[in-house]
Design a protein around this ligand. Structure first.
Ligand code: ADP
Ligand code: MG
Length: 630
């Protein structure tokens, strides 16, 4: 048997880096600025512990594009490198100086916020450059060095002129990457990836207007000056302690994050944990509108203040992806597939931590200012209802703050609602029947009828409500939901005695026969005679709750589809109030033709009231009505 070492030829590695290491070529700038930031943070740490005896000062990183010479310069004032260090850190691909630093300085180093990790970031420069130069001078008293490499494994190392501390990286941009020689493109990248990095980043200059000197005349122009254009905010709100932030600071940060958003967020949630994983961030509940901006401004994921992605799928529970804000965690493995990510233990903990924090926040908002919470309910309910539906833990938590508003604008918690309707709305099986409307306009006559009986009617109008009701009915034993136009009326035990029918049995039989003859032409209708209060409408169409809800669920996806039911047939009940004057009149009408006309017209009115009369039928109905009043 023989053992040996596989010889990885470096010659083969460069093309690989260029092609596959990062799918996005644009991240080269993020990587180089991260290294410059690391170098500066290292110096900060070393000066603070007295290991580097130099003035730390107020260092910055400068980006310069030289379009004519086809070069990009990235210059920092950090630790720099000695010749030995260049050989060690740069020439050895996949040896991370950042990791070495962290090992050496352990926890203290961790707090320094070092970004680097894999020892591959630097080589991403070759994705856009045909030649890379490093000119660097260490903070240690050693001569400056120059390293040049044209993308082949050969490099050149020589003495350099540089006298000030730090590193300058010069990228000689390749023919296929000249887009990066445009100022606008670089500015775009800087704002995308580096907007909140901890060391100031300068990109060119800008003109600043100064206050006018005292005694200046009205017409004198205000003086101006050229100042460094610093593109980043090195101390974004999420890196601060919640105690040090006011409401205004959170709102200000929201505007910084989404400059194109003009609507203020409803409230924010400051995330801050360091055990068992490290995570900071601020989430915002936006006012959700129907426009598609919702999709555009998403939660952004950072690692040590470096933007990574705005695809937080798998890290943030799905129902919270409608929120906005930032999450910063060095503990999220990113070089792995999303499905692996979802199975990762640390990531699962992060996801459930976020869920818990959001639940706690909602609970405290509700407790501290219920009125305010009620006012916001319409804007936040979709997120909460979706969360209740998809996360069991959240469902339990939401018991305390999920609200059930009535059509008249009273907001009940579930417990309050139960208490309120207990006496009135129980059915034969002793179940609480909770009536709701999904549309106040369309179901107006049904709502009025229910209210006239003294019933409470909720207004539940989000699209996922049918699914949520299904969930509530299975998780709570003795309740069932019924939409106001559902066939619940006969199930409810009415407070008042059932009215006595004015019609004899023979009369009822003959009426029913007439009705069925007409209604028989409409598919899916069942006729039901009922003795109701004479003030109730004569003809009412109801729809079985179960069938209708399944149909609704099919429309919003999931739910009904699960049962494998294709298109569900329409099923309606035509309830005829035998105590209504009109019904008596129909019965007393002598000619069959005329009776049929009255029934048809009444049926159409009932269908109109339920929004079922459309198209040709509606036109016919209207024409017929004009004929009648002519
Ligand atoms: P990582 O950042 O993951 O350690 P990189 O490939 O990005 O890996 O960089 C390799 C090493 O090169 C760094 O760890 C650091 O020691 C050194 N280095 C790169 N850029 C600079 C810089 N601007 N100043 C000082 N050292 C640098
Ligand atoms: Mg790096």
């Amino acid at each position: 048997m023989a053992t040996g070492k596989i010889n990885v030829s470096v010659e083969n590695i460069f093309p690989l880096i260029k092609k596959f290491l990062y799918s996005d070529h644009e991240i080269f700038l993020r990587e180089l600025i991260s290294n410059a930031t690391d170098a500066t943070l290292k110096l900060k740490h070393l000066t603070s512990i007295g290991e580097a005896k130099v003035e730390y000062g107020n260092p910055m990183i400068e980006i310069r594009v030289d379009k004519d010479a086809k070069k990009i310069h990235i210059t920092d004032q950090g630790v720099g490198m000695t010749e030995e260090e260049v050989k060690k850190y740069i020439n050895e691909v996949a040896f991370s100086g950042a990791e070495e630093f962290l090992d050496k300085y352990k926890d203290a180093g961790k707090d320094a916020g070092i970004i680097g990790h894999f020892g591959l970031g630097f080589y991403s420069a070759f994705m856009v450059a045909e030649k890379v130069e490093i000119i660097t001078k260490s903070f240690k008293d050693e001569p400056a060095v120059r390293w040049v490499c044209d993308g082949s494994p050969e490099f050149e190392l020589s003495a350099a002129e540089k006298t000030d501390r730090g590193t300058e990286i010069i990228l000689h941009i390749a023919e296929d990457s000249t887009e990066f020689l445009e100022d606008s493109r670089i500015r775009e990248l800087l704002t995308k990836y580096n907007k909140f990095m901890p060391i100031s980043i300068k990109f060119g200059t800008k003109t600043e207007t100064l206050p006018k000197p005292e005694g200046a005349k009205e017409e004198d122009p205000a003086p101006t000056q050229e100042v460094d254009d610093i593109i980043n905010n090195p101390n974004p709100a999420w890196t601060k302690k919640p105690a040090d932030l006011e409401e205004e600071d959170y709102k200000g940060f929201y505007r910084e994050l989404y400059p194109m958003q003009f609507e203020e967020p409803l409230f924010n949630i400051h995330l801050n944990v360091d055990y068992p994983f490290n995570l900071t961030g601020i989430l915002y509940f936006p006012k959700l509108t129907n426009d598609l901006n919702v999709q555009k401004d998403k939660i952004q994921l950072y690692q040590n203040q470096v933007f990574v992605t705005d695809n937080v799928e798998g890290i943030v529970p799905e129902f919270l992806t409608m929120l906005r804000g930032v999450i910063d965690s060095p503990d999220i493995p990113l070089n792995v597939s999303r499905s692996y990510l979802q199975a990762d233990g640390a990531v699962k903990k992060i996801s459930s931590y976020i869920t818990k924090k959001v639940g706690d926040k909602l609970n405290s908002l509700f407790k501290n200012s219920r009125e305010d919470f009620e006012q916001k309910w319409n804007d936040i309910k979709v997120v909460i209802e979706y969360g209740m539906l998809s996360e069991e833990k959240f469902f339990e938590k939401a018991e305390k703050f999920a609200l059930y508003p009535t059509v008249d604008g009273t907001y009940y918690t579930y417990t309050e609602l139960e208490e309120k309707i207990k006496a009135m709305q129980t059915d034969k099986d002793d179940k609480l029947v909770i009536l709701y409307a999904s549309n106040k306009e369309e179901q107006h006559s049904y709502i009025e009828a229910a209210k006239a009986k003294g019933y409470e009617v909720l207004l539940l109008d989000s699209p996922i409500v049918p699914h949520l009701l299904q969930k509530l009915e299975t998780s709570k034993e003795k309740i069932s939901f019924a939409r106001v136009d559902a066939d619940h009326l006969d199930n409810l035990i009415k407070k008042e005695e059932t009215a006595i029918s004015k019609l004899s049995d023979e009369e009822k039989d003959s009426l029913k026969a007439d009705l069925e003859k007409v209604v028989g032409e409409q598919s899916g209708y069942t006729v039901q005679l009922e003795a109701m209060d004479s003030s109730a409408q004569p003809f009412i169409i109801t729809e079985p709750e179960f069938m209708r809800r399944m149909k609704d669920m099919q429309q919003t996806g999931g739910g009904g589809g699960m049962f494998g039911m294709g298109n569900m047939p329409d099923m309606f009940n035509l309830i005829v109030n035998t105590n209504h004057e009109l019904v008596g009149e129909i019965l007393n009408t002598k000619t069959a033709k005329k009776r049929e006309r009255l029934i048809n017209q009444s049926l159409d009115l009932a269908r109109l009231s339920k929004g079922l009369l459309k198209g040709e039928e509606l036109t016919n109905f209207i024409n017929r009505s004009y004929e009648m009043i002519k």
